[in-house]
Design a protein around this ligand. Structure first.
Ligand code: DAH
Length: 338
């Protein structure tokens, strides 16, 4: 055996090892070349005995180099074959996960959705109307006097002499009664617009939920009160109190303002309820017969109506003291409602 033959053998062995495709094949080559019993290299090591002493060192070196080249190649190939055989979509549990921010429902939308759910259980369906209204639907048909201050351009956004941004969802009552004969039982959530200077409790753009129930059988103020009390308990919890205070609206007679006991301080007095223990949440009343006349209903109909402030309810539900926080689009704030 010459050193040239040894390097030829090394080239052959390395080629064979590189071609081994499975763990078994790698193991078979290990046995072939390095196996203690019949391995080629151990046999060649033994053959060193017969080499003339002068050539021994060179031969010994060449054989050692061959052995380490073969065993390194076997070890590397063994790892590579094992890695190829491993399942492809092996899951690495140590990697950080894909984090997606979770959104939440805005408190104003939440109040609207919850109110819709509660009134749906009482047989109310949801009606809709446009933000741009006629003077007739927003004022005239609601029995609002021609000289009433709410019509003033300092209070109402007029688009032209007949059209305006609705100041109240009550306009949808008119649309509904013009389109349907009684019985009518609707709620209408929507945006309203007034030339109000923005402060902690006022905004030029806010939301109301209108309610209207008109029937040909008697409907009383007591029905209105029990309906709103039921709504209050569903919305705020069983301990909430509801009170009616006499008021005036052109489209109801009698008219009331509706207060809920303050959810934040449970009626003791706090910043949210301005120390009064009560928060005004809605206007309401028995529909005025003059409204029935405007929409072509029989004067003998019976009905109640109410209009609730959505932001008001959201504020007491969540203890918000400044309405502007609901519209600042500050995620740090809105995330508190997750
Ligand atoms: N539209 C009134 C407002 O904006 C609220 C209201 C009062 C609505 C009495 C009604 C009602 O339907 O009957 O202040």
């Amino acid at each position: 055996m010459t050193t040239a033959e040894i390097s030829a053998l090394q080239a052959e062995a390395l080629a064979e090892i590189a071609a081994a495709a499975a763990p078994d094949a790698v193991e078979a080559l290990r046995v072939k070349y390095l196996g203690a019993k019949n391995g080629l290299l151990p046999a060649m090591m033994k053959g060193l005995r017969d080499v003339p002493p002068a050539e021994k060192p060179a031969f010994g070196q060449a054989l050692n180099a061959l052995r380490s080249a073969v065993s390194d190649a076997l070890a590397a190939r063994k790892d590579a074959v094992a890695a190829e055989a491993a399942p492809r979509e092996a899951f690495d549990f140590s990697l950080p996960g894909n984090w997606r921010p979770v959104g939440s429902i805005h408190p104003v939308s939440e109040v609207i959705e919850e109110t819709t759910r509660i009134f749906a259980q009482l047989g109310f369906t949801v009606a809709d109307g446009p933000d741009i209204e006629t003077e007739f639907n927003n004022f005239d048909a609601l029995n609002t006097a021609k000289h009433h201050p709410s019509r003033d351009a300092r209070d109402t956004f007029w688009l032209d002499p007949e059209r305006l941004l609705r100041t109240q969802t009550s306009s949808v009552q008119i649309r509904e009664m013009l389109a349907h004969k009684p019985p009518v039982r609707i709620i209408c959530p929507g945006r309203c617009y007034r030339r109000d200077t923005t402060d902690a409790t006022h905004a030029a753009n806010f939301h109301q939920i209108e309610g209207l129930y008109v029937d040909v059988v008697p409907v009383s103020l007591a029905d209105l009160k029990s309906t709103l009390a039921h709504f209050a308990r569903e919305m705020m919890g069983p301990s909430v109190q509801v009170r009616f205070r006499p008021h005036f609206f052109p489209f109801t007679e009698p008219s009331v303002e509706v207060d809920f006991s303050c959810h934040v301080c449970k009626g003791k007095g706090c910043a949210v309820c301005k120390q009064s223990g009560w928060i005004e949440v809605a206007g309401a009343g028995i529909v005025d017969t003059r409204v029935y006349e405007k929409v072509g209903y029989d004067r003998e109909c019976y009905g109640y109506a109410f209009g609730m402030g959505v932001e008001r309810i959201a504020m007491i539900k969540h203890g918000v003291t400044d309405l502007r926080l609901l519209y600042a689009n500050d995620l740090r704030y809105l995330r508190e409602f997750l």
